[in-house]
Structures are given as structure tokens and as C-alpha cells.
Write a protein of this length. Structure first.
Length: 307
């Protein structure tokens, strides 16, 4: 227990609680002392681990077609998951609450998605339908079917929510394609930069200049997809958003509320998807052509290849 008490004003009476450390020893949560807590939002599962303590506990969620939506493991980094989504291996009865989200799109380090545009890489919530939970403990498996149903208070139909989910998956996948290729390009630029220094030290200025040219061309091609100068929310006012920020913003717009996406969102996605494809093709061509030619020149000079 952390030595702090908290007071939450609900408009009528104060709710008292204590801040407790989670099992990882770093993150914390508030435990209420004089009030009940709402049930967690998601699919709540209870599982039992018999002794002795297993090496790994894993929990997978599958859709109606038997495809794995998400897989969690006790070996995952605890800090990467909310407290109720951490699997435990200690003998006893444990609870796991799946937030019903599909995996996120790839995130880029040191590149901020504009808060002004409402950008996000978070994965979409699963659509209503039948699913399975599969528990794995040291090679043994147990499967349980369950169903996700829509909130009865909303007016949207299951078909509406499935249409929303399908568009969100398309947006997530396209944003992931952009970020995956940019991450690869950044890795190549880092390697090229390291070789520039070594080539200069070795007196091979011509090849060092060629490496610098390729590195700058990669950065230029990247900048058709992402704004590499953006480091924080305020940069949305300093630099125009690129296609990745626009896709991330569209994701937030489509996921806002429980309803069928308006036709305009599909038109916007078609436009952004084409922009992304053009930028991806240009950057991929740069990698395939320029980096390959640079590698050939490096090989002729006896320098190990990049990539």
C-alpha cells in the first residue's frame, strides 16, 4: 500500500480510498474504502491454477471462425497491460477481464500523433457475435464459448456495429502498413548513418557521400507518410498532419459512438488509403532500388551490407 489517501467528490458525498501498488511494483490503482466499485467493462473470466506453479499461463480469444483475436501470456511485460488483464501463475483462483479490443496498429517511437486531430492507434472493440476463450497451462488447453452482445440501450443494430468494426479494422491495418514501413526505413537510416561515419574515418569520402544521399532520400520519402518533426501535441500547429495522422484521426472519428459509419467516412478512407498506398510504394521503391545499389557498392568495397 502506498502511503496516500484519496478523496473523490461525487457531488453528494466524499468517497475515500487508498492508492495501492500493483503486482509489478510500479503501477498503482485506487481501492475504494467506503463505496462499491462498478463492474469492469469487458469479458470477465475466472480461472484456477492448480499447484505446482506452472511456467506459463496463456489466454487466447478467438472469433467465430476460430481465428485468434488476441493472445495474452503470463510472460508478457506486466506494465504493457492494465491490472485486470495480467495473467497470474500462482496456484489459486484468478480473474482476467478482456477489454474486447483487437490488437493496436503499430506505433512509431518519437513521432507524436496529433492530439488536435484526435489521432489514435488503438485497436477496435470486437463486434457482437460468438467467441471462444482458450486457456493454456503448460501444454494443457481448456476452451469456453461466450457471446458479446450489444448494449440494449443503443439504437444501432448488430449489422451497424459490424460495419463500424470492419471499417475500423481496415483503417487500423492501413495505418499499421504505413508505420511498419517507416520503422523499417528508420532502421535502415540508422545503419546508413553509422556507416557514413566509418567510411569517413576510413577516408572513403565518395562512398560516405553516396550513403548520405540515400539516407536523405529515405527521409524525404518517409515524410510523405509521417511528419517526423512532430514531437508533441503542440506540433500539430507547427507542421501539417501527414497521412498517418489523418488515418489515426479517422479511426477516432469512426469509433466515436456506437453506430454505422456514415458514407463520408468510407469516402475519406478511400482517399487516404490511396495516398498511403502511393507513399508506401514510393518508399518501398526507394528501399528496393537505392539501398540495394548502395549495398552493392559497399560490397565491392568490402563493407558488410545494410538491412
Amino acid at each position: 500500500t502506498v502511503g496516500y489517501k484519496v478523496s473523490i467528490n461525487t457531488g453528494g458525498s466524499d468517497v475515500m480510498g487508498v492508492i495501492r501498488k500493483d503486482d509489478d511494483g510500479d503501477t498503482t490503482h485506487v481501492e475504494l474504502l467506503n463505496a462499491g466499485e462498478n463492474a469492469p467493462i469487458g469479458v470477465a473470466l475466472t480461472y484456477r491454477v492448480a499447484g505446482p506453479e506452472p511456467k506459463e499461463v496463456a489466454l487466447s480469444f478467438l472469433n467465430a471462425d476460430g481465428e485468434v483475436v488476441r493472445r495474452y501470456s503470463s510472460e508478457d511485460e506486466a506494465k504493457e497491460q492494465p491490472r485486470l488483464m495480467r495473467l497470474k501463475t500462482e496456484p489459486g483462483v484468478h480473474r482476467f477481464v478482456w477489454n474486447m479490443r483487437y490488437p493496436d496498429a503499430t506505433r512509431l517511437e518519437n513521432t507524436a500523433l496529433s492530439l488536435y486531430w484526435g489521432g489514435s492507434t488503438v485497436g477496435p472493440v470486437a463486434a457482437p457475435g460468438k467467441y471462444q476463450a482458450r486457456l493454456e497451462i503448460d501444454g494443457q488447453e481448456w476452451t469456453q464459448e461466450f457471446e458479446i452482445v450489444r448494449d440494449p440501450r443503443i439504437t444501432a443494430t448488430d449489422d451497424d456495429l459490424r460495419a463500424q468494426f470492419e471499417l475500423l479494422i481496415e483503417v487500423r491495418d492501413k495505418l499499421g502498413q504505413v508505420h511498419d514501413l517507416v520503422k523499417r526505413s528508420r532502421s535502415l537510416r540508422e545503419q546508413i548513418s553509422a556507416w557514413e561515419s566509418r567510411l569517413n574515418d576510413a577516408g572513403n569520402a565518395d562512398l560516405a557521400n553516396e550513403a548520405e544521399r540515400v539516407r536523405e532520400q529515405l527521409l524525404e520519402a518517409e515524410n510523405n507518410l509521417v511528419e517526423s518533426r512532430s514531437r508533441g501535441a503542440a506540433d500539430s500547429f507547427n507542421y501539417p498532419p501527414k497521412v498517418n495522422s489523418k488515418l489515426a484521426s479517422l479511426q477516432s472519428t469512426v469509433s466515436y459512438g456506437d453506430s454505422r459509419p456514415p458514407e463520408q467516412t468510407r469516402e475519406v478512407f478511400a482517399m487516404l488509403s490511396q495516398q498511403a498506398d502511393d507513399g508506401i510504394a514510393a518508399l518501398q521503391q526507394m528501399i528496393d532500388r537505392e539501398v540495394a545499389q548502395l549495398n552493392q557498392k559497399l560490397a565491392e568495397s568490402g563493407v558488410p551490407a545494410i538491412g
